[in-house]
Structures are given as C-alpha cells and as structure tokens.
Design a protein around this ligand. Structure first.
Ligand code: A2P
Length: 351
C-alpha cells in the first residue's frame, strides 16, 4: 500500500524536519501535500528531489489523504484534525491539543508502541522534554521499577518555534553589537511580559498554572505518567519538574534524579540496561570527559545519556543527564517513527 500524506505546518521548525524525516523513512509515499497558513502559501519545498508548493490549510485539504503529520500549533490541530479524521485520514499530532484525551494514545515507540492498536484516528506525540526523559528512564523502569522522578530541564530556543529561534539569534547579535535586545516572544508568546533569552536563563516555559507550576512542567508530569503507567498504577510513580529555557539553539538537556524499587542495583547495572535500550546511546565516561552535549546531539535521532551516578545519601536513588535533538526525537522524528510503526502494523485506517 502507498500513502497520500499531508504535513500540516510544513514551513515551521518542526515542519521542515517532518518533511526531511519522511523522506528518510521507509514509508511508501504516493503523494505529499504541504499545508501552512496564508502567510507562506506559494512557498516551495523539496521532497525526494521534487518541488512542492505550500498550500493554505482548509478542511477540504484533507480529502483523499491517508496520513497527516501535524505541527502547526494546538489551536490549528483542534480545528483541522477532526476534519481530517472525518475524511478518513489518520493523524499523528505533534501539538498538545489531544495528548491528555483518554481516547488518544500518547506514544513514544520505544516505550508504548502497542498503544497504537487503540487509536481512533488521532495519535499524539508527547512534549519534547517528556520524550527524551521516558526514552532514558523506561529501560531502567522495566528492569528495576521506578517510583519517583525529579527533573530539571535545560531547553533549547528552537522548542518555541522558528520565529522564536530567529528572535534569539537577533538578540545575540544585538547584544554583541552593544545594542538593546528586542524581545517579543520569550518566555512565551502567550504571556504578557517578554524577556531576552540570549545570555540569559528563563525559568518559565509556557504559561503559569494556579499552583505555581508552568504548563510545560504540568505536561512533563502528566504525560510521563500517561506514557509509563500503561502497565503500572498511577499512584506508583511520583513526578515533579522544573523547566528552564536556555540560550542553546537546538538540543534539550535534562538533569534527572530518580528512585528505583531496587536498593541493590548499581550504577553499572543501570548502564548495562541503558546500553541495550532502543534509541539510547550511552555516553558516560567521566575519566575521558565523555558526556552528552546538545551541540553533538543536533541532527541525530538518538537520545544520549551520561553522568549516571548513585545518590550519595539515598539508597536506590540515582542521577543522570540526558540530551536529545528536541526537533527530531522530541518532535519530527518521533512523529515519523509513529507513522512508520502505523504502516508496519497496517494501522493507517480510521476504525
Ligand atoms: P506559516 O509559516 O504559514 O506561518 P513554528 O512552530 O516553527 O512556529 O511553525 C508553525 C507552523 O504552523 C508554520 O508552518 C505555520 O505556517 C503553521 N501555521 C500557523 N498557523 C497556521 C494556521 N492557522 N493554519 C495552518 N498552518 C498554520
């Protein structure tokens, strides 16, 4: 079977990579439609050497489409994906619009690909920070159990989208030229005040909830549970997060403290589990100064793990450092990987 595919939000930071990852994938593509807003309609992009013109997304754009890969923002997904499903298309959505819907599988193929079996037309791709953390922790959870996660993130500028990334580059140039930085997007376009990201750290990603956590932190907590608790009880895993935007272009870093259900497990045991884990590359050799770095993870599909240490005071507790390309495993690659899995399992059909 060959598939008519549409990419919604094809001109964005993730959209460009969706097209690139689709080209690299083994999904048999019969036709590709590139959709965006009227702002970029008429723009031309390449797919397998062929020039494709970007079209304005409308409900009828999805007529005859089998598979939609979406990354045009939550409100755009909410508006168009039900229309696409109505027209028979299966949608893999990179936005947060449907992630917590109990009817929608939230999938990281290395962790819970079997959830795809239950899809009703929409499959959600988790938040970028959630994905790389569960890829690193799932092989540990599987072998030793897991009851507590405390994570602090170091999230790259590009996670906020292409326009935001451009603002970050401009800020850096202005700062070095001794000019005033103009900030209109960071920490988040949807809040009132804006601060520069260049030469700065912003402990706010997305808007604040009433309990003082940001929505990004809320996503990490609840998405992690939805993905990992497939075969666990909700009360068995406690998760808390602090999310920070850092002046790095591409590649999120995370410092993760976690407690397992096995007091006897050693750092070596954890490293052995990580070495065998799908999608994980262990880069952990302190004596040789080997550890994951965003600049080296950029452009790669893997999740890089290092600095695995036992907590010095608390038995059964450990720390690790995890880095991945937020636009690839955190977004475009995980989305295309889900699509590959749907193709492999013959699930590209709306039940
Ligand atoms: P456009 O380039 O026309 O604005 P990013 O996350 O990098 O900011 O990218 C967002 C993507 O979503 C872009 O491709 C953008 O298209 C697209 N987009 C934004 N709003 C809409 C909309 N209302 N309809 C379709 N695509 C949209």
């Amino acid at each position: 079977r060959e598939y008519n595919v549409a990419v919604l939000g094809a001109t964005g930071a993730v959209g460009h990579r969706l097209v690139e990852q689709l080209e690299l994938s083994d999904i048999p593509v019969k036709s590709l439609k590139l959709l965006a807003s009227p702002r970029s309609a008429g723009e031309k992009l390449f797919f397998k050497g062929e020039e494709i013109t970007v079209e304005v997304a409308e409900a009828d754009s999805f007529e005859g489409i089998d598979l939609v890969l979406a990354s045009a923002g939550g409100s755009v997904s909410k508006k168009f994906l039900p229309e696409a499903v109505k027209r028979g298309a299966v949608c893999v959505d990179n936005t947060s619009a449907f992630r917590m819907d109990p009817e929608v599988p939230l999938v990281v193929p290395e962790v819970n690909a079997d959830q795809l079996q239950n899809h009703k037309g929409i499959i959600a791709n988790p938040n970028c920070s959630t994905i790389q953390m569960v890829v690193a922790l799932e092989p540990i959870r599987e072998k030793f159990g897991l009851n507590r996660i405390v994570v602090s993130t170091y999230q790259a500028a590009s996670g906020a989208g292409q326009t935001a990334l451009n603002e970050f580059y401009q800020e850096a140039q202005d700062y070095l030229a001794g000019e005033e930085m103009q900030s209109n997007i960071y920490p988040t376009a949807s809040d009132k005040k804006h601060y520069p990201l260049a030469f700065n750290l912003l402990p706010q990603i997305d808007v604040f909830e009433e309990d003082g956590y940001t929505h990004e932190e809320w996503k990490m907590i609840h998405e992690t549970k939805k993905i990992m608790l497939d075969d666990m009880d909700a009360s068995e895993l406690k998760v808390t997060a602090t999310c920070v935007r850092v002046p790095v272009a591409i590649g999120h870093g995370e410092s993760v403290y976690f407690e397992i259900n096995d007091d006897k497990a050693t750092v070596h045991d954890l490293q052995a589990a990580l070495t065998k884990a799908p999608g994980v590359v262990l880069q952990d050799s302190p004596s040789k100064q080997v550890y994951p770095q965003p600049i080296e993870a950029e452009g790669k599909r893997d999740t890089f793990v290092g600095r695995v240490r036992a907590d010095s005071e608390n038995p059964g507790a450990f720390h690790l450092w995890v880095v991945s390309d937020n636009l690839l495993k955190g977004a475009a690659w995980n989305t295309v990987q889900i699509a590959e899995e749907l193709v492999k399992r013959d699930l590209v059909r709306v039940p």
